[in-house]
Design a protein around this ligand. Sequence first.
Ligand code: ZN
Length: 184
Amino acid sequence: MAKILNALIMGNPLLLNVSQKVEDPLSEEIQTNIEDMFATIHSFGERVGLAAPQVGILKRIIVYRVPAKPLNARYGLISNKGQEDIPWSVLINPTITPIGEEKSPGWEGCISVPGILGEVNRYNQISYSGMNEKGEEIERTASGFHARLIQHECDHLDGILFPMRVHDLSRFGFEAEILAQSGK
Ligand code: ZN
């Protein structure tokens, strides 16, 4: 049975670690980690991504999805429209290569930073690769919200939380207030 794990929040030093590469994605241990990560993220309702260190597993694994439409007001603010729909996916030992130099600001939130949003600059377009839960190689290009999400989740594997990338603290605050101000 998959377990719902305790989600760590900012202030917990485990979130600041550089996570370890996964040697064998097919091992029982890694398969259990992935099942537990899915059980945990589903327990949060409408979310789009989780990195293993957010639940205290210091391994280079992320799970994510890209909904075609914003899931709720929060994602209406933080996601751009017209994205391709990607169902829940697993990415192990991801690497990211920016395509071009261009970055754009966009709002981000995080299970590890509850109730807070902040504006972060991310590459507009990236290619990324890694393995899925079956050990198969994955390679994708991504832009917009999809690219932002992958960069955000992969940051967790290097101990970086999105507030550490907020340059303008006037664009950082409580989600409820930012949504109210934006009219969403
Ligand atoms: Zn996060």
